[in-house]
Design a protein around this ligand. Structure first.
Ligand code: UQ1
Length: 414
């Protein structure tokens, strides 16, 4: 099976709130990631993260047992897959991405025990904590689709051959926009090189529609129709099951297939007491765990009902920082998360629809213009400004999402 490309967003080390909380600690704030051991085994604040580049880590058991050497800004991988950015621009040594006030315990969590305020690691240690934040991201279940891999190791092999098939699985995924951005970019590429008549493109998705927010879905549907994204080919075959009629299958032949693998909660909390169907069961507004107030969850691993993106995690980090500060003072959390999530939908090499919405799938746009239109002006934002924000502000604790910009723009317009 030939396949591959691209992208995954969101699972992100949330250093933002750790940094703030770190400054309140007597002892350093440990992070938990790859593999080796720590001398200390009690921490005031313990943050569990899956080390740098979840795709890479999930991909091989071998890698799993080693600390990840590089941390990747995964949202840029669509552009790498499309040949518009270099892979080298997307990563940096994990060590340098971790704030100096944070201690990195290079071991894997194998068991969470919130009743005893401790976790167990794969090197046989028990680590206890006073406050725990779970930021373990989402797991890519490659083995569920034979031959699939969707990671940093293969994304540079973005196929530009005719007759590509793209997919979207029937599970929550990180950055739900990614599997369709690469469709638009491939179609644009074929047009650019004058091969669109040969390239029959299919996007086979398990979702009922293209996107939950109607205004963006309508705009994208138009793009799909205009560009005649459909099927065909003869060489290799993929079998799809009709999810509305289990057992009913159809076969599609392809020259290149881009498989977005099914995803699931990380194994360590699939069956742990903190889980609700595997996801960390947090209060959707203030983010502490519903039954363990000294435990909280953030990012892709939490059972929050919005699209899982890095932008959502950034917004949650601002809320969680305040929630934990108040919990530490035995006060009730006040600040509420509105479900902000965002996906810059790259619809071509020079156009982006900047989708931003809340828990109710209502638009929550930062800028004072209609963001459902494809815009050239949003391209440098996606390609350069947001990566800059990520590396220099979010990972250093200075970026909690664009709510303040939204207020500023909308105030000055009213
Ligand atoms: C954002 O804050 C963010 O996190 C750093 C992203 O993740 C990669 C985004 O894609 C977007 C769109 C935002 C929102 C930022 C602005 C300036 C609208």
């Amino acid at each position: 099976m030939s396949l591959l490309v691209t992208l995954v967003s969101a699972h992100t080390q949330l250093f933002t709130c750790i940094l703030k909380l770190g400054s309140q600690q007597a002892s350093p704030v440990p992070l938990h990631a790859g593999a080796s051991c720590a001398a200390r085994n009690h921490y005031k604040v313990l943050v569990l993260v899956l080390g740098g580049g979840s795709g890479e880590i999930t991909m091989s058991a071998h890698t799993k047992r080693k600390p990840s050497k590089r941390h990747f800004y995964q949202p840029i991988w669509t552009l790498v897959g499309a040949g518009a950015k270099q892979l080298s621009s997307s990563g940096s040594p994990t060590e340098s991405a971790i704030p100096s006030s944070v201690e990195w315990i290079k071991a894997r969590a194998v068991e969470l025990n919130p009743d005893k305020d401790c976790i167990h690691t794969d090197n046989g240690k028990e680590i206890s904590y006073k406050y725990l934040t779970i930021a373990l991201g989402i797991q890519l279940d490659y083995e569920k689709i034979k031959g699939s891999h969707y990671s940093v190791k293969t994304l540079c092999r973005t196929s530009r051959r005719a007759v590509p098939v793209f997919t979207f699985p029937n599970t929550p995924v990180k950055c739900a926009g990614a599997p369709q951005k690469i469709v638009y970019l491939s179609e644009t590429y074929f047009r650019k090189v004058g091969k669109q008549s040969k390239a029959n493109i299919i996007f086979n998705t398990s979702l009922g529609g293209i996107l939950g927010v109607k205004k963006y879905a309508d705009a994208l549907q138009e793009i799909i129709q205009e560009r005649n994204i459909t099927i065909n080919s003869e060489k290799q075959e993929a079998v799809f099951e009709n999810l509305n009629k289990p057992g009913e299958t159809h076969v599609i032949s392809y020259e290149m297939i881009h498989v977005t693998p099914p995803m699931s909660p990380p194994d360590v909390h699939k069956t742990s007491p903190v889980a609700d169907a595997g996801w960390v069961d947090v209060d959707k507004e203030t983010l502490p765990h519903k039954r363990y107030p000294n435990v909280s969850g953030i990012g892709d691993c939490a059972n929050l009902p919005m699209l899982k993106t890095a932008a959502a995690a950034a917004a949650q980090s601002g809320i969680l920082e305040r929630t934990i500060s108040l919990i530490m003072k035995n006060q009730a959390p006040k600040k509420k998360y509105d479900g902000y999530t965002s996906c810059p939908l790259v619809t071509g090499y020079n156009c982006v629809i900047l989708a931003e919405s809340d828990y109710n799938a209502q638009r929550l746009e930062t800028f004072p213009f209609d963001q459902s239109k494809e815009r050239l002006s949003m391209c440098p934002m996606k390609a350069d400004l947001i990566p800059f924000l990520y590396w220099n502000m979010m990972l250093r604790g200075y970026w909690r999402g664009p709510a303040f910009l939204r207020k500023l723009f909308h105030l000055s317009m009213s």
